[in-house]
Design a protein around this ligand. Sequence first.
Ligand code: FCB
Length: 451
Amino acid sequence: MTKRYNFPEGFLWGSASASYQIEGAAFEGGKGESIWDRFVQTPGNIDDGCTGGVSCDFYHRYEEDIAIMKRLGLRVYRMSVSWPRIMPKGTGEVNREGVEFYRKVLQCLRDNGVKSCLTIYHWDLPQALQNRGGWANREIVGWFEEYAKVLYAELGDLVDIWITINEPIIAAMNGHWIGEHAPGHHDYSHALLVAHHLLMAHGAAVKAYRKTGLKADIGCSMNMQMEYPFIPDDERDVEAAKIMMAHQNEFYLDAIFKRRYPAEYFEILQSRGVVLPEVLEGDMELIGQKIDFLGINTYFAEYVKYDAARWPVFAAAEKTGREATDAKWELCPDGFRALLEWVQKNYAPDKIIITENGAACNDWVKQNGKVEDPNRREYLERYLAEVAGAIERGINIAGYFYWCFTDNFEWARGYTVRFGIVHIDYKTQKRTIKESAYWLAEVIKNGGYSL
Ligand code: FCB
């Protein structure tokens, strides 16, 4: 029996990207150095030893890319601004060439009938600010507010949706605890302080935005997933999953929606020797500014085992043997459903946008000129079914942005994985629309699909 999955009129069908991953032109147009420009230079940091220095050269080829978006009928393009392209030193002087570049891109989107969703920060901090302590320095809240205000003033008339910060957890933890992202530190206490400052910076940007008179929605994008015990009746796995739920999800959502940090998680961390972030009066109020939507970025669910070697959470995700994408991320649409239900039950945001979701596949251009990517389509079919189902059950999901539009520089993995619905030949910069993109275009046109 076939089933039909429907999406409302005006559903925000989009695709996402981030400046350092796609722009290239790393040292052009007056741009300053970012922590990623620096991080990629240390051997061993990036799997294939490559950098985002050129990547898919969006800086010079954005018109071609936007023409493809139009052709596919995408309604929204999510992109981010490189902070050091706007302010090479992070504060103070504004680089007019940088402003002009983003104005041209945003205008081009508008001319092509594609709405813009602009992420203010997607991880490429000016190196000049890292040299002053980066996200671990509380002063960054003010630096970020200054930068956000420049964007509101310079680009505000052309932006349809704002995202303050992309995935504070990844910027904090992968950058400052696991160390596989810039700036590559390894200290959980430090990472938690960074997370607190990222959340404060988010709040400061929202607060400043409300004073501008701009009317577009503003929110943030959280990286979230369900954390299940690997063995449901093993007490230690249950505890491990619980702490990972707090580490991954509750810390950030409690702060924004409830203006507090999870008490039990903090107690456990402290008992294990973590130095908790200093939370001053007014901090939680700042963080808890009302947002217009919650952006959810999600790719998989985690099945967690107790792991004595992993201080201070003592928990690590294990593979379960389900089907996995090329990033080795296991498909778990039922975990996606559970996540949406969990968010709705505990935080009831006014609106949700899935600001990232997608699959890496081993794609290549065949002799017939096509990129056939049935696994990505299958991933989309399964995950979109959950979006449609959640909408049917009354959860207000206003949009879905596929990650990513074009293949690109995937952080520590370099160019070893391809997430795009548009294939990039990095030698020639040739774009090829993948079969999954044509399928998605039909779904958009028909307001849904049948399976
Ligand atoms: C998310 C990031 C995005 C991309 C995808 C695969 O965590 O926000 O930049 O790397 O994962």
